[in-house]
Design a protein around this ligand. Structure first.
Ligand code: AMP
Length: 307
């Protein structure tokens, strides 16, 4: 790949109601595509694909635009935007879904504007795998396709997921999903089974404990997180991780192992900022200098002292 590629991000755009041990937020802008698109926008041009209702706040569209995100593919239809509610436990790795009101999302079929179809990088954020496939049917010749998924689709749409995985270069999932999808308990065996399903590279997310990249090199790359003294809201951290990761890949313009390893750092940085405030608030306001400052912290955390 050559430099400065564009990323198509497809996923959910949602108004979230979130309760964590640190407070609550009502109807804040979220969804897998919002987090991923904003995170990626710090590194590369982003084209957003999704659907919202007529009640979706104009300020949110303006916020995407202010980040240079192309929203021509964000369809607006009469009706209510997708709403989701969740409550985190004291251990914020655990949460309960309070409600999922799909609303206009229920009849969503992604339609890519003509100008999106030649994008080099595609991120299929967490939505039904058959919709992810509809996106791939509309892009002409993507160089790098990444996919995120969730336990729900592994349970109820495994065949659709298997079909789309055959067309994917990189799979993001958490360790529990990796075991569930592969049927293997050992992580290395699980990743071997996942690669046999299609993706050449796999990133296993381990929440506050970081993430592991199984790339082209024979040795996996383990990335620690920045251990923050307070995580306010972990919602969307995984999506922001994927957005930051793919933004870096698009900016550099190749998928060599060294690029993917640096992408692990950028994913971790964007994910950590996301958790500092509710919803997309913190993610939307960071600056270049924040990104480089935290990348330096991560570099120091992983530096080998040499003895
Ligand atoms: P994460 O914390 O990475 O699981 O992502 C949370 C985001 O996913 C929230 O902003 C939700 O609105 C969104 N979400 C929740 N359920 C679904 C679903 N079934 N499909 C797509 N997005 C969802």
């Amino acid at each position: 790949m050559s430099a400065a590629h564009r990323i198509v991000v497809v996923g959910s755009v949602v108004l979230d109601t979130i309760h964590t041990p640190h407070g609550s937020a009502e109807e804040c802008v979220g969804g897998s595509a919002s987090y991923a698109a904003l995170a990626a926008s710090y590194h590369a041009p982003v084209h957003l694909v999704g659907i919202v209702g007529s009640d979706f706040p104009t300020e949110a569209r303006e916020l995407y635009a202010a980040h240079g995100i192309d929203v021509e593919g964000l369809e607006v239809v009469e009706g209510e935007t997708f709403r989701w509610g969740g409550r985190y436990h004291a251990d914020m790795n655990r949460r309960d879904t309070l409600f999922t009101h799909l609303n206009v999302f229920e009849h969503f079929h992604p339609k890519l504007p003509e100008s999106y179809r030649d994008a080099e990088v595609v991120f299929l954020a967490n939505i039904h795998p058959s919709l992810q496939m509809e996106v791939l049917d509309q892009v002409r010749n993507p160089r790098f396709v990444a996919l995120d998924t969730m336990n729900l689709w592994i349970d109820i749409a495994r065949d659709d997921l298997a079909a789309v995985l055959q067309k994917v270069d990189l799979l993001f999932l958490n360790d529990e999903e990796a075991r569930q999808l592969s049927g293997e308990t050992n992580l290395v065996a699980a990743v071997r089974a996942l690669r046999a399903m299609g993706p050449k590279a796999v990133v296993v997310k381990k929440g506050e404990h970081g993430a592991v990249l199984f790339g082209h090199a024979s040795t996996p790359y383990v990335q620690s997180t920045v251990l923050l003294d307070q995580v306010v809201d972990p919602t969307g951290a995984g999506d922001a991780f994927a957005g930051g990761f793919l933004g870096h890949v698009a900016r550099v313009g190749n998928t060599e192992d060294v690029t993917l390893r640096a992408a692990m750092v950028h994913g971790t940085v964007l994910a950590s900022y996301t958790t500092e405030r509710f919803g997309i608030d913190r993610l939307a306001e960071i600056r270049e200098s924040d990104i480089s400052e935290r990348s330096d912290v991560l570099r120091m955390l992983t530096a080998w002292p040499g003895h």
